[in-house]
Design a protein around this ligand. Structure first.
Ligand SMILES: Cc1ncc(COP(=O)(O)O)c(C=O)c1O
Length: 384
């Protein structure tokens, strides 16, 4: 079969690869598997939300298509949520509801870029972004990882990478995999940089609800939509990763063009996902705040356990969901180190090189997947 040759150089989805290592293995109750591989909140969705969904699933109209961009009242409700969480908001016509942030990202790439365009990304980069860019023939231009900088981008390094082919600065905040949160002032500076070079700032803000304060004030600017595009996910926000709930947020003309792809790709976000999002935005601010606190406690517990453990691993950067650590085995790649942790410690995590070339010395731990009281045990597995 003749396949898109670009796919040959794209890595296998790293979570699929790591999970395949589990085939045929079993774990004892004394030393169960600790899964720090995929970023999934360990807690269930709010009980009130699942109750609401049970009720709406009894209504036959829930099983229909919606408008491509999502129901207008639901997009309006989402904008109200933004107003409360960002203290500024897009307009409903600047929102297209999508099948997770993943599809929003593809919509953004297909609408804004052509093969051959360059996008500047910060290493370590979210692996799905790398995989999508390579599959579509876009060139990721990587700002190198600086272990001294806690996973944050350096503006002058990024500026030096801008060329005539640059279409956008593509960043993730809070970062997957380092957990680093780009401060609002730096986001403003990145926007100014994009504006000065007449390019775009694309932010993937999948973990925005764990920041605990307004992540930035870009929506407050009258000109935000000329240079800013947001890729949003509500999967982590409302613990609905399997419902596939995200949004593309940007200029009205971007959304208008995106609908041509949306219609031919998926038609619309599923209506149950939209109804869940609507309920969450209307009723779950307190639930989100409690979980943000819970995630911050996990982070604190992880950092303090790690500091006390005297581990041979180095904690390089961390945030409310992730830790980015350096493994002690200089002769091993991240992939080999991750396999060794599975063999010796019954713990799975992702190899650093999944997040960009040259990052073999690192591993990503998604400790947001496990409860606070399991964290000491997880850290222990890295010490013994
Ligand atoms: C940075 C980032 N963007 C996007 C996604 C995908 O989000 P969704 O499940 O909404 O497609 C993830 C999921 O882990 C992520 O970490």
């Amino acid at each position: 079969m003749r396949l898109n040759p670009l796919l040959k150089s794209v890595q296998t989805p790293p979570i699929t690869e790591v999970k395949s290592w589990l085939a045929g293995r079993s774990f004892t109750p004394e030393k169960p598997l600790i899964d720090l591989c995929q970023a999934v909140p360990s807690y269930p969705p709010a009980e009130s939300l699942t109750r609401h969904l049970r009720a709406v699933m009894a209504d036959p109209s829930t099983y229909r298509y919606s408008p491509d961009e999502g129901l207008p009242e639901i997009r309006a409700t989402l904008c109200d949520w933004y107003q409360r969480h960002y203290q500024s908001a897009p307009q409903a016509e600047q929102v297209c509801l999508t099948i997770g942030a993943s599809q929003a990202f593809w919509l953004a790439m297909l609408c804004l870029c052509q093969p051959g365009d360059e996008l500047i990304i910060q290493l370590p980069a979210y692996f799905d972004h790398l995989m999508a860019l390579q599959s579509y023939g876009l060139t990721p231009v990587c700002a190198p990882f600086d272990p001294e900088n806690n996973g944050l981008p350096d503006l002058s390094t990024i500026e030096r990478l801008i060329t005539r082919k640059t279409r956008a600065l593509l960043l993730v905040t809070p970062s997957n995999p380092t957990g680093a949160v780009i401060p609002p002032s730096q986001i403003t500076a990145l926007f100014e940089l994009a504006r000065a070079h007449d390019i775009l700032l694309i932010l993937d803000e999948t973990y925005n609800s764990f920041v605990g304060s307004p992540p930035h004030s870009l929506f407050d600017r009258h000109d935000w939509q000329r240079h800013f595009v947001q890729v949003a996910s509500f999967g982590k926000t409302f613990a609905l990763t399997g419902l596939r709930c995200g949004a593309l947020i940007g200029a009205t003309e971007l959304i208008e063009q995106a609908l041509k792809i949306q219609d031919s790709m998926v038609v619309c976000q599923s209506l149950p996902a939209q109804l869940a999002l609507q309920f969450g935005c209307q009723h779950l601010d307190h639930w989100i705040a409690d979980n943000t606190q819970k995630m911050n406690q996990r982070h604190d517990a992880f950092v303090s356990c790690f500091a006390q453990a005297g581990s041979q691993f180095d904690l390089i950067a961390s945030g409310s969901f992730f830790a980015w650590i350096k493994h002690p085995w200089q002769h091993l790649s991240g992939r080999q180190a991750a396999r060794r942790l599975l063999d010796e410690a019954n713990l799975i995590c992702l190899p650093g090189e999944a997040f960009g070339a040259g990052l073999e010395a690192y591993l990503r731990l998604a400790f947001g997947n496990i409860a606070t009281d399991q964290i000491p045990q997880a850290v222990e597995r890295l010490t013994s």
